[in-house]
Design a protein around this ligand. Structure first.
Ligand code: ZN
Length: 416
């Protein structure tokens, strides 16, 4: 049993090792929130720890959102801030029975994770920045779950540091641990009415110093190809085979506009699913770009290509219909430049060189940003998420905690 004293004094590594041993793999196959019962186990554990540490308003709601509040230090009347991390780990890779292994003082070479799994710096150059630090991996039979238990551990450590040192000023600090991030479903049920902060930070990034204030703009759509069926024996001049037309649609996506040929700030068009027959084929595809105008340009290029294909196949119909999914959060975040500026400052105060890292996807924080809680994303100190090579660096998680403490100190000096 962890005592209050333990919780306040133990290292971030001790916390992390406890959390990763709880199986919280989420599932796309259920339609409940949380999607799996294991997430309750970690939620209850964290609820107990927050209560023992003396936080206020500690509560787990019916959808497994764990909330708590560390009250402001006396005399501080600054805007409340929030720290968030997600409870679940990704489906598809074993996440039950995680046996964390501590590799002390990383030498810069290959790490034999176990069970034939090797962590090779040639594939993961980010880990070379952790030479001399301590690395935690699984034993190779499962993922580790640093995504996002490294974030949870850093936040819990930061709370302990703030409680232990009453000379550190802070505003109200809200924490939220959320279910089902990996299946993109959890945050839809976020309890905005009970969460007292309008600005927050998700701890769900990667290597030391990472800060993300940008996500893709997302357009999700379907190309519907209609052909004309006829008996193949007498089809000459009559049949229009939608399958052949669909083949041309796929070929029309420029090879340099695909996820497999782009990175950094480049967008793409990506077919994800196809089904159909001679009469009709449906191709699901997604379009992504950091810049709204370029997203629109990609849509127009696609529609031009489809019109040209339609013309080459008289009797066919080739149409795209799409709708916007999530949007780049940057424009929203820019409404209060302190949110990102303080994150950069907080890292610098911890001796970290920050680097901006646009996210080639969406985040829970982006969704929250559009609901009025400005929420950029910070590093956790882990790498190779969603794989058996996944790792976390102990000293980087400590820096994550330090960054959170610095954020509290910086915001304490602001007025509401
Ligand atoms: Zn994550």
């Amino acid at each position: 049993m962890t005592t209050r004293c333990n919780l306040l004094e133990e290292s971030v590594a001790d916390k992390f090792i406890r959390y990763v041993q709880v199986d919280t793999v989420s599932s796309e196959l259920t339609d409940t929130t949380p999607s799996t019962p294991g997430q309750w186990d970690l939620a209850k554990m964290l609820e107990g720890e927050l209560n023992q540490m003396g936080l206020s308003d500690v509560h787990v709601d019916e959808h497994c959102f764990v909330l708590g509040r560390l009250p402001a230090t006396p005399g501080v009347n600054a805007p409340p801030i929030g720290f968030l991390a997600h409870l679940d780990t990704v489906p598809g890779i074993p996440g039950e029975g995680v046996k964390p292994v501590l590799h002390r003082a990383y030498s810069g070479g290959r790490i034999e994770v176990g069970n034939g799994v090797v962590l090779d710096p040639a594939d993961t150059p980010a880990i070379l920045k952790a030479v001399g630090s301590d690395i935690i991996t699984s034993d190779g039979s499962t993922l580790l779950g640093a995504d996002d238990k490294a974030g949870i551990a850093s936040i819990m450590r930061a709370l302990a540091m703030l409680i232990n040192d009453s000379s550190l000023p802070r505003p109200d600090v809200w924490v939220a641990f959320t279910p089902d991030e990996e299946i993109g479903a959890g945050v839809l049920k976020f309890p905005y009415d009970r969460f007292g902060a309008k600005l927050a930070y998700t701890f769900d990034g990667g290597a030391l110093g990472e800060l993300s204030d940008e996500t893709f703009n997302a357009l999700n759509g379907v190309v519907t190809v209609k052909g004309r069926s006829a008996h193949p024996g007498t089809a000459r001049g009559k049949m229009v085979n939608a399958l052949h037309v669909a083949g041309e649609v796929l070929a029309s996506v420029p090879s340099g506009w695909r996820p497999e040929t782009t990175d950094g700030r480049e967008g793409f068009i990506h077919p994800t699913e196809i089904d159909g027959n001679v009469e009709e084929v449906r191709i699901k595809l997604i379009v992504r770009d950091f810049v709204k105008g370029q997203l629109e340009a990609r849509r127009q290029a696609l529609e031009h290509a489809l019109a040209a294909i339609e013309e080459r196949y008289p009797g066919s119909s080739v149409r795209f219909s799409g709708e916007m999914g999530y949007s780049n959060m940057k424009a929203e975040l820019d409404k209060d430049p302190r949110v990102v500026a303080f994150a950069l400052k907080a890292m610098e105060m911890a001796g970290i060189t920050p680097h901006m890292h646009p996210i080639r996807g969406g985040t829970d924080g982006a969704r929250m940003t559009f609901r009025g809680v400005l929420t950029p994303n910070l590093f956790t100190g882990g790498g190779d998420a969603h794989s058996r090579q996944e790792w976390a660096c102990v000293q980087w998680m400590e820096k994550g905690a330090e960054t959170a403490v610095n954020l509290a100190r910086l915001w304490a000096g602001e007025s509401s």
